[in-house]
Design a protein around this ligand. Structure first.
Ligand code: ADP
Ligand code: MG
Length: 695
């Protein structure tokens, strides 16, 4: 439980300082200024008093019970202090001090030291090298942080590893006039993790939405599990920095090189239904809508506008966000006629025109509220000087109170005029999220609707195929491990595929021309001959693939020719395979991710895959609905259905194959990279014709 951290009844500040602007001073001042409801105990070996409070020389001189300690002393003293906290019965410590694992070996040793003492005494550690927490709850008012933005109470909770970004978000929310509930920025996060904090926010009654900023996860699997639980209850809006290609490691497989830099975090967001943002402004503006508005039941937006153009912009952005601005029913239009001015446009957008007053806005709002074909309301409200803007605002607020449908408002005004500031205040105090332009308002509504969609989606459970021979596949991999080989031989690869029921083209292995001819006779002509050698990644680049061989003589001649030309790579083996021309070439692959499992890739295959980069990823295990989504989200998805009279491909065959691959990866975590390129897809069947596995 993190209550001791977020709802401390008494706080000790170890390293309390009489020096103004020092952290040990600022934290106490912040607690006082913010109106902390509990007791503050400064700990200082010499000063009798800090910030007007009696100071104690040691923790154990403190007379009362303490829940939380701030530790702001040189790193070398931290381990002893953590132990002292334990002896005093303190349950959590925020270590603001730096000088730990971010500072090399000596720092890492100190971190280990305080951590082991913390575990021994049951003290939970927040940080080190961090800001701290804030709890705006009027019953708590804990500002355990050295920053300078004092959030009003509200419903948005923030967690950010980086204190700098945390401050940016906190300030952005304050600038928008949005209150905050809980805030946490935990720096090195050596003990209390982001996953735990997110879970805590998930359970916190006062938190309606969570904002999260990260640069990656120490334990992505744990985060995935936590996020999945929380997004079922409330929205998480998240941003991850560090998306550039610069860190992309060179990988030898198609899948490895296409996965690029840390796409895993983005995939975790997708899998768990987290709303992902690339812009902190957009994220905080969306949070403003989540703070007061309900989640729409569907995608259909009704627009009310008293100015034409901005409604057009809004419509474009709404549609780009996956929303719909549908026609209104005849009944609604009939009803509108009664309340609207003669020059109003009774469609969607409803243009009430600039001269509209409170009655016209109210009439339009009531119609949209009752219209069954509308799930949310978008208002463009320009403050015309000749209209009673206060009355319009009051009507909007009134309807907002009645409404189960979310309302967002693009509020176009001149805030240097006192009167319009009042209009704005009426709207904001009435819980209407106001935006300065139509696109921002539309995107915020888009985020509400997206959360609604994500909450309703059902990804199902991973299918477990019973007809697989897991033991056989495992024994092959273990044998290769013992032999110290990292790239599996073709025969091993295809045997593993077959053990998992993955359809492969008829095949046989061969070491000599005669064996190859015999295998070809068995498989049936025409066949393909491929060189099989751990040193050769892309066989056709080196002339190591010969297709459409029609008889044994051609097979023999091909093998002999490859032997003489490619012999310098080492001992060559050969794979003889049924020639299966005319299919759509697809790719399925996998790459292992630290502490997460595998990413499974699907896309357009063949030799141009790295150029076209038309691939999508999912975190294994991949469920049926997820596999189907992969098929529809590649750019060339229409090719799978067939264009210009071609027949489409066996989609369910691919879905089945992807899920079998997923099961294979779950069973064999030692697989580092895997490629099936291409999968030959036909109208009623699919076959893997090239496979590569690296362990
Ligand atoms: P590599 O990717 O190592 O160059 P592949 O085995 O993928 O080697 O073969 C290269 C290309 O040859 C494939 O993309 C495909 O177009 C074609 N090909 C390979 N095997 C077959 C087969 N059994 N039937 C039809 N075409 C094939
Ligand atoms: Mg290939």
């Amino acid at each position: 439980m993190l209550d001791a951290l977020f709802e401390p009844r008494a706080i000790a500040v170890v390293g309390a300082s009489t020096k103004e602007l020092s952290i040990g001073n600022v934290i106490i001042r912040n607690l006082q200024t913010y109106g902390y409801r509990g007791k503050i105990y400064p700990v200082n070996p010499t000063a009798p008093e800090v910030c007007g409070l009696k100071a104690y020389r040691t923790l154990d001189e403190i007379p009362g019970e303490v829940d939380l300690a701030h530790i702001i002393i040189p790193s070398r003293f931290v381990p002893q202090t953590v132990e002292d906290c334990g002896r005093k019965g303190i349950k959590a410590a925020i270590i603001n001090s730096a000088g730990f694992c971010e500072l090399g070996e000596e720092g890492a040793r100190l971190q280990e030291d305080f951590l082991s003492r913390a575990r021994e005494f049951g003290v939970r550690i927040f940080g080190p090298n961090c800001q701290g927490i804030i709890n705006s709850d009027p019953a708590v008012r804990a500002y355990c942080n050295f920053t300078y933005t004092y959030p009003d109470p509200g419903h948005i909770s923030v967690v950010a590893l980086s204190g700098g970004v945390g401050s940016v978000i906190m300030q952005a929310l304050a600038d928008l006039g949005i209150g905050q509930r809980l805030y946490a920025s935990n720096g090195n996060a050596c003990d209390i993790s982001m996953s735990e904090i997110v879970r805590y926010y998930g359970k916190d009654q006062g938190t309606k939405a969570i904002i999260l900023y990260t640069e990656g996860f120490a334990n992505p699997r744990a985060f995935l599990e936590a996020a999945r639980e929380v997004t079922a209850k409330k929205p998480i809006l998240a941003m991850k920095a560090g998306r550039t290609e610069q860190g992309a490691k060179a990988a030898s497989s198609h899948t490895g090189s296409l996965a690029g830099v840390d796409i895993a975090t983005e995939l975790i967001f997708e899998k768990t239904g987290i709303l992902s943002f690339t812009d902190e402004g957009e994220m905080t503006r969306a949070a403003m809508a989540f703070a007061t508005q309900p989640i729409p039941a569907g995608n259909r937006v009704g627009i009310i506008t008293n100015t034409g153009g901005p409604a057009v912009i809004a419509t474009d952005v709404l549609v780009a966000c996956g929303l719909d601005v549908p026609k209104l029913s005849e009944r609604s239009i009939e009803r509108l006629r009664k309340s609207q001015l003669p020059e109003a446009a009774l469609e969607n957008p409803i243009d009430v025109v600039a001269t509209a007053g409170g009655a016209q806005f109210r009439g339009a709002l009531d119609v949209l509220l009752e219209e069954e074909g509308i799930d949310s309301i978008f208002i463009n409200f320009v403050t015309a000087p000749f209209a009673d803007t206060h009355e319009i605002a009051r009507q909007i607020v009134e309807v907002n109170k009645l409404s189960g449908k979310p309302i967002v408002c693009n509020f176009l005004t001149n805030l240097s005029l006192e009167g319009f500031r009042i209009t704005m205040r009426i709207l904001k105090e009435g819980g209407i999220p106001c935006y300065a332009n139509p696109s921002d308002a539309a995107r915020a509504l888009g985020a509400l609707a997206k959360y609604g969609r994500l909450k309703k989606r059902d990804l199902g459970l991973p299918e477990i195929f019973a007809d697989v021979d897991a033991a056989k596949a495992r024994s092959i991999v273990e044998k290769a491990q013992r032999a110290g080989s990292s790239v599996l031989a073709a025969a091993d690869v295809y045997t593993i595929f077959e053990a998992y029921g993955i359809p492969v083209a008829g095949w046989g292995g061969a070491a000599t021309a005669a064996e190859a001819a015999a295998a070809a006779d068995r498989i049936g002509y025409p066949v393909v001959v491929k060189v099989d050698c751990a040193q050769i990644d892309h066989k056709s680049d080196l002339g190591g693939v010969a297709v459409n061989l029609k008889d044994a003589a051609a097979v023999r001649a091909t093998v002999e020719e490859m032997q003489s030309r490619l012999g310098s790579f080492g001992r060559l083996n050969f794979l003889v395979q049924k020639f299966l021309p005319g299919g759509r070439e697809l790719i399925v692959g996998a790459t292992a991710q630290r502490e997460l499992g595998h990413l499974v890739m699907f896309g357009l295959g063949g030799i141009y895959v790295e150029v076209l980069k038309d691939v999508v990823f999912k975190i294994a295990p991949v469920t049926g609905p997820e596999a189907r989504e992969m098929l529809t989200t590649i750019k060339t998805a229409p090719l799978l259905d067939g264009i210009r009279g071609e027949t489409g491909v066996d989609r369910e065959g691919i879905v089945n194959l992807v899920q079998r691959v997923s099961q294979l990866l779950t069973d064999l975590p030692m697989i580092q990279e895997m490629d099936m390129n291409p999968i030959m897809a036909f109208a009623d069947c699919v076959y893997a014709v090239d496979g590569r596995i690296r362990i």
